[in-house]
Design a protein around this ligand. Structure first.
Ligand SMILES: Cc1cc2nc3c(=O)[nH]c(=O)nc-3n(C[C@H](O)[C@H](O)[C@H](O)COP(=O)(O)OP(=O)(O)OC[C@H]3O[C@@H](n4cnc5c(N)ncnc54)[C@H](O)[C@@H]3O)c2cc1C
Length: 161
């Protein structure tokens, strides 16, 4: 089910797919909203964006509140933003953000898990040494890491002002 909506202020909407992709590529944290039995839950997670798959990858522990919610209801909403702060000499607050909706899945395939960890390292661990990368992508480490993939079904970008 698509719940795509449009901005109340259309002049603020980002219509360039490359600009929206850049927000996802440059971001490090997504705020992920979930819902189960009419109960909301929200967490901040680091992510890696795969533009080919149009998906965000997350890594986390195997258990916990978040995993329970995702298993009960994979439909999620997430936001990523760039915060540029107040513009000097004016009352405007400058930002770019996206709100995306989609489904989240627990990735089981070891090859895709490795790809996800590499995508995460490239995006959020830019100072990783070759040894760090080797450790993080070892068979043992991958087996012990839970990987989530958020398949983006629709996304709206906004800039302010
Ligand atoms: C900048 C940032 C980046 C993060 N990156 C990751 C990541 O990449 N992977 C990852 O797994 N986690 C990350 N976290 C932590 C994440 O927000 C969750 O705390 C974590 O995923 C555990 O979620 P859970 O539902 O399994 O926790 P549980 O321990 O099962 O949660 C139990 C209860 O604790 C409370 N709680 C859970 N998380 C938080 C929190 N962060 N702050 C306050 N209360 C909380 C909630 O009320 C929840 O119901 C990050 C947090 C921040 C701030």
């Amino acid at each position: 089910m698509s719940t795509k909506s449009h901005l109340r202020q259309p002049n603020r909407e980002l219509t360039d797919a490359a600009e929206i992709a850049a927000i996802l590529k440059e971001g490090k944290h997504a705020v992920l909203a979930m819902c189960n039995d009419n109960e909301p839950y929200i967490v901040t997670l680091t992510y890696g964006y795969d533009s080919t798959k149009n998906a965000l990858y997350f890594h986390c522990g195997a258990t916990g509140h978040k995993i329970q919610f995702i298993k009960a209801n994979p439909r999620v909403c997430a936001t990523v933003f760039q915060d540029k702060g107040f513009t000097p000499g004016s009352c405007t607050y400058t930002y770019k953000s996206v709100v995306m909706r989609g489904s989240i899945a627990i990735v089981e395939c070891p090859e895709e898990k490795r790809h996800a960890i590499e995508t995460l390292i490239d995006q959020i661990w830019t100072r990783a040494t070759p040894e760090d990368r080797e450790r993080a992508t070892s068979e043992k480490s991958i087996a012990g890491t839970t990987v989530l993939r958020l398949d983006i079904e629709d996304i709206v970008g906004k800039k302010g002002p």
